[in-house]
Design a protein around this ligand. Structure first.
Ligand SMILES: [Zn+2]
Length: 354
């Protein structure tokens, strides 16, 4: 029986054009208690360079909040921020940035028990509202650590529009991966006799459906950005409700983890790695990957492993390592034998865009 019964939801989810310009009004509408509290803004040096005016506007809207450029997306950095927050009686942490900043700020808020306002500058994965932070622990080795979800999420659609296209494609990949993740979750539940949380399942399925069946094919349009941001947030909340990453992470994520852990020199974002993983995962599951493939073509998501410097041997080895990268996680990989001939076929199919 699933013991997980308690979960939180963010108090505010605002997805608006120019939301960053009036983030203080948004917060005062939803959580007036936070206004006037001592606040710190966590971001990164290069982002503070690019968005200087916007970030300092937000700082002055929140009572002259200190703007802090974090050094690394590490456990130690999150602890250092939390220590500062506790010592200086800071009550609100605002994270402005991509996944690295948001995970560090989220964990710092979790330790220090400060309220956390999440303000993404790009939509590259579903960690923005998830109950997990991915942080460097020893050296560059990263670990996924449980934490509280944000108190408020403010998405500025103009901001996302200005982010590099690859970031949005990565967010699309992380959303589409739910198709194979949910299949694996069901499989695992049947195999282990555990219960599927129906509400978490439905939320994750809807997150996937809203993007996969979206009528808007222009990923730069406001409509699409609104749909994608809500889909990513809903994915995070599905994990919060399930008390696990299972609604959003299956064999396609094991493939991505194998790249992250064993091929750190391969430069591919998390969301694109899981997008690449979802095509073979679909085939292993006995489902046709044609729908995913035509969806990726529609949005210009390049799913050829060769484009990311992955050779056919590396590809086969990544799938081999995917089997043991998260021991105990039941997926379709437990049912299919490692078959290099089949993997080579899939590899060339993907290289040829089919
Ligand atoms: Zn993911």
């Amino acid at each position: 029986m699933n013991q997980h019964t308690r979960f939180d939801l963010p108090i505010c989810l605002a997805v608006e054009e120019d939301a960053f310009l009036h983030s203080d009004e948004i917060i005062s509408r939803y959580i007036p208690d936070l206004i006037g509290q001592k606040t710190i803004i966590i971001s990164e040096e290069f982002l503070i360079g690019i968005y200087k005016d916007k970030i300092y506007d937000i700082s002055s809207d929140f009572g002259g909040a200190e703007v802090c450029a974090m050094n690394s997306a590490s456990f130690d950095e999150a602890v250092a921020i939390a220590k500062k927050v506790c010592i200086e009686d800071i009550k609100v942490i605002i994270g402005i940035g991509g996944g690295r900043v948001l995970d560090t700020a989220k964990y710092a808020a979790h330790i220090s028990k400060a309220a956390y306002i999440c303000m993404p500058t790009s939509l590259s994965n579903d960690s923005l509202a998830s109950p997990f932070a991915v942080l460097e622990t020893v050296g560059k080795t990263r670990k996924t650590i449980e934490c509280l979800i944000p108190t408020a999420i403010i998405v500025d659609t103009n901001m996302i529009n200005n982010a590099p296209e690859g970031q949005t494609l990565s967010g699309i990949g992380d959303t589409i991966a739910k198709h194979t993740a949910l299949f694996d979750w069901k499989l695992s539940a049947a195999r282990t006799g555990s219960r599927i949380d129906d509400f978490a399942y439905a939320l994750s399925r809807m997150s996937y459906d809203s993007v996969y069946h979206c009528d808007e094919k222009n990923m730069k349009s406001r409509v699409f950005i609104r749909i994608l941001s809500r889909a990513l947030v809903m994915g995070g909340l599905a994990m919060e409700i399930a008390g696990s990453s299972r609604p959003c992470s299956g064999s396609e994520h094991l493939f991505a983890h194998a790249i992250e852990e064993f091929y750190p020199d391969v430069k591919i974002s998390h969301g694109l790695a899981v997008a690449l993983g979802s095509i073979p995962a679909c085939i292993f599951q006995g489902q046709s990957p044609d729908g995913l493939i035509s969806f990726f073509h529609t949005y210009g998501l390049d799913f050829s492993p060769a484009s990311y410097g992955i050779s056919e041997d590396m590809f086969a080895d990544m799938w081999k390592k995917a089997r043991s990268v998260r021991p105990g996680r039941v997926t379709i990989l437990d049912d299919v034998k490692h078959d290099t001939v089949q993997l080579n076929e899939i590899y060339y199919r993907m290289v040829n865009g089919q």
